[in-house]
Design a protein. Structure first.
Length: 344
């Protein structure tokens, strides 16, 4: 059962993931005016580029931001190499940029160094941060509190989902995208539904796995990256994430009989490519689970293409907690990891 318990209790990971719907509703309501103001600023002074600053799960949210910003506004978006500022002390070229900093704790020294570098070079800094009183918040021109509340599990869940929702809301306001704004209104209710979907076939399939691929593309690539991280972090399962296009450039050579694959589909053109690769891998004898609203092995909710990956990662989190328990691990306290990682 996905509602597995650890020492007679629900894991913190599962409990906190289940709070994502409420957290997103709170975040969207609290920041409605801030998103509108950011959107107005970005339309009045269009940035030449967007630079994202993030680590870990937050960097997977930045991948989502890249696809959403570039498809909705056409603005080139790239992830900053944080060590350029923190280790090499290299200057950033001055210019009109949006620096989008994403963090749960807002405390990592290399993140702070990179954001400060961008700010000093003239960037407009927007911080999506769960810890409002953090050092990151003090560096930003605008702070968007994620409002996810305290996460006690080492594995971030609701703060990651809140980050994705905040990115979608920011881009919707910037691009004046009414369809995306409407989809965000329904997001909290859909998250509650997604949390209850039965992904237990993945627990059975991956319980004894040692390696696997996680595939996504476009808006779903960040979800694939996040899932691969959580497999490693909570279940001690080596997982690699790939775009369904990139996996064809070498990695697919090792996919053969019984090789496990988790694929994130959807309803847009990018997801069609994921389904094609999933079918190809099945034909080779690979053991593939496709999360897809139409013909998936794992159920998913159809909706706005930019919202579907948020819903799928919500379903994934509940499964990942159960998988960790099935593999004899505590997803709340992975070995060698701390809740806040402060890299230089």
């Amino acid at each position: 059962m996905l509602n597995a318990a650890l020492d007679g209790r629900q894991t913190l990971m599962e409990q906190e993931a289940g709070e994502a719907a409420e957290a997103v509703a709170k975040m969207l309501a609290a920041n409605r005016d801030a998103f509108a103001a950011i959107g107005q600023r970005l339309r009045t002074l269009p940035p030449a580029a967007v630079v994202t600053c993030a680590r870990g799960s937050s960097d997977h949210a930045a991948t989502y931001a890249k696809y959403l910003v570039e498809t909705r506004t056409g603005t080139p978006t790239a992830s900053a190499a944080l060590s350029i500022a923190s280790l090499y002390d290299a200057p950033a070229v001055a210019g009109n940029r949006l620096c989008l900093a994403i963090s749960q704790s807002g405390k990592s020294p290399d993140l702070l160094a990179a954001v400060e570098q961008q700010r000093d070079a003239g960037a407009f800094v927007v911080a999506l941060v769960n810890a409002e009183g953090s050092p990151l918040a003090s560096l930003a021109d605008v702070v968007v509190p994620l409002s996810a509340g305290v996460e006690r599990s080492v594995a971030a869940t609701k703060s990651y989902i809140a980050s994705l929702a905040a990115i979608a809301a920011l881009v919707a306001a910037w691009a004046e995208d009414e369809a995306l704004e409407t989809a965000l209104v329904a997001l909290p209710h859909q998250l509650a539904r997604a949390f209850l979907l039965d992904w237990s076939p993945a627990v059975a399939m991956f319980r004894d796995a040692t390696n696997l691929f996680v595939l996504g593309r476009g808006y779903g690539l960040g979800a694939a990256q996040e899932a691969a991280l959580k497999f490693k972090e909570t279940s001690g399962l080596h997982a690699e994430s790939f775009s369904s296009a990139e996996v064809r450039h070498g990695p697919m050579a090792i996919v053969g009989d019984a090789f496990p694959v988790l694929a994130f589909g959807g309803t847009d053109r990018a997801a069609a490519g994921v389904r094609d690769v999933a079918d190809e891998f099945r034909a080779r004898g690979a053991t593939v689970l496709l999360a897809d609203p139409e013909n998936g092995d794992l159920p998913a909710i159809a909706g706005h293409p930019a919202i579907e990956p948020i819903l799928m990662i919500q379903s994934f989190y509940r499964m990942a907690s159960a998988l960790a328990l099935a593999r004899g691990r505590d997803p709340d306290s992975p070995p060698h990891l701390n809740k806040v990682t402060e890299t230089l």
